[in-house]
Design a protein around this ligand. Structure first.
Ligand code: PMP
Length: 438
């Protein structure tokens, strides 16, 4: 028996009759009797078709930063929807939203909206290639930058065992259907390893257009950059004339209002933002240093999108970023995240479990394994089975992280102190049972 109650199972059957595997996005499918169907979200909670309420730590894989159904965002979107959302012209709400985004990101000189993180990273790679006249891109092993062909290699869905020697990594295709020739344009390096990046760039740096990197590994346990790593990456890019793209689709407007620049003090050439920028509405942005945007302005590099900057998404961005700029929501998130990270760490050590809580209070993961993991290859030491078993015991008790520990627990400003207390209680009970049945 899986996670579905009777009503949810009925709805899942209806879903599967019309949507492939009952989902609109591959990551949402767990199994035929574990895939839930949601009735609604409320703050930090999600409610399924049987009325079961869960403390939601998936938060849509990160976008929900204020809480599900946040009233200010919902009313801004409703008002925008009634005013007509999509025009073949720039609109007021789009300008107001862009002004808010630029206010939050003081390093930035120019931007354009898109709708998804995938579009944002795809256009960034094209922009970098067009500007530099070079064709190679470098990415880290274990990062995911969206579903387009450019970067669908060695993502977190690869197995660390497939990646070959660290010094000469295999570039692993993450989906059938991506032309194998595209692999020739991609180079991969382990995160947090400057010497290997330096070695790669010494030999091929003059052919590299962009280095696309998540400032912390938002798709692999939330591993943080080591002291000086991002600064080193910046200076290697400068040395070789490579554009540095920070993919902040997960970190942006979540780890800090000003994202990685605010936290680590490193300025990229291009930043991609999505998810938390619109609290769950489809909005994303490509943000650049001034001269980079000339690629669109006058450099013959194509970027477009029918719904880019649409009124309802723009209204969501404006309302969300406006709230985030007060500092309150992220201060709350930090407090809740820290309490959970500390509490979970304590429970692991009380139960003699080898492991640690990795990441940032706004998005953290639980690594069940030895040592001090800092890059994707280290995830081979994580006890995936124990973690999954633990999650499958927590979810029926009303606490819902993603059962894949690569995907962090996300915190929103609507999570309450009671949520924290209940989560720690359920975590401890479920861990005890999972260890017993191991
Ligand atoms: N970049 C990163 C770092 C992501 O985590 C994701 C999605 N999880 C994407 C890009 C793609 O974003 P989207 O799903 O909005 O296309």
């Amino acid at each position: 028996m899986g996670l579905q109650g009777n009503q949810t199972a009925d709805w899942y059957r209806r879903a599967a009759a019309v949507l492939v595997n009952g989902v609109s996005s591959q990551f949402r499918y767990w199994s035929d009797d574990d895939t839930l169907v949601v009735e609604r979200g409320e703050g930090g909670h999600v409610i399924d078709m049987d009325g079961n309420r869960y403390i939601d730590y998936q938060l849509g894989f990160g976008p929900i930063v204020l809480g599900h159904g946040d009233e200010t965002v919902a009313s801004a979107v409703a008002e925008a929807a009634a005013a007509g959302t999509t025009f073949a012209m720039t609109q007021r709400r789009e300008v107001e939203a862009a002004e808010k985004v630029m206010e939050a990101l003081p390093w930035a000189d120019a931007m354009r909206f898109t709708n998804t993180g995938t579009e944002a990273t795809m256009h960034s790679v094209r922009l970098a290639r067009g500007l530099t006249g070079r064709e190679l891109v470098v990415k880290c092993e274990g990062t995911y930058h969206g579903g387009h062909d450019y970067l669908m290699f060695s993502t977190a869905s690869a197995h660390p065992g497939e990646l070959g020697p660290r010094e000469h990594p295999e570039v692993v295709l993450s989906s059938k259907g991506v032309p194998s020739a595209i692999k020739d344009y991609v180079r991969t390096v382990p995160f947090n390893d400057l010497p290997l990046l330096e070695m790669l760039l010494e030999s091929e740096g003059d052919r590299v257009a962009a280095l696309v990197i998540e400032p912390m590994m938002g798709n692999a346990f939330g591993f943080m950059p080591e002291e000086g790593y991002l600064q080193g990456v910046r200076s290697l890019c400068d040395r070789h004339g490579i554009l540095l793209v920070f993919d902040e689709v997960k970190t942006g407007f979540r780890m800090a209002v000003g994202g990685a620049h605010e936290v680590f003090g490193v300025v990229p050439d291009i930043g991609t933002y999505a998810k938390a920028i619109g609290n769950g509405f489809p909005a994303a942005a490509i943000v650049t240093k001034g001269e980079v945007a000339d690629g669109w302005r006058s450099g013959g590099i194509f970027q477009a999108g029918t719904y880019s900057g649409n009124g309802s998404s723009a209204a969501a961005v404006r309302a969300t970023v406006d709230r985030l700029l007060t500092g309150e929501p992220l201060a709350r998130i930090e407090k809740v995240g820290k309490a959970l990270m500390e509490g979970i760490g304590r429970i692991l050590s009380d139960h003699g479990v080898e492991g640690r809580v990795t990441g940032h209070p706004s998005m953290f993961s639980i690594f069940l394994g030895s040592g001090d993991p800092k890059e994707f290859r280290d995830t081979a030491r994580h006890d995936k089975k124990l973690y999954e078993d633990l999650c499958m015991r927590m979810i029926p008790r009303g606490v819902m992280p993603c059962p894949d520990a690569l995907e962090p627990w996300f915190i929103c400003a609507a999570h309450t102190d009671e949520d924290v207390a209940k989560t720690l209680e359920v975590f401890e009970k479920s861990l005890g049972e999972a260890l017993e049945s191991k």
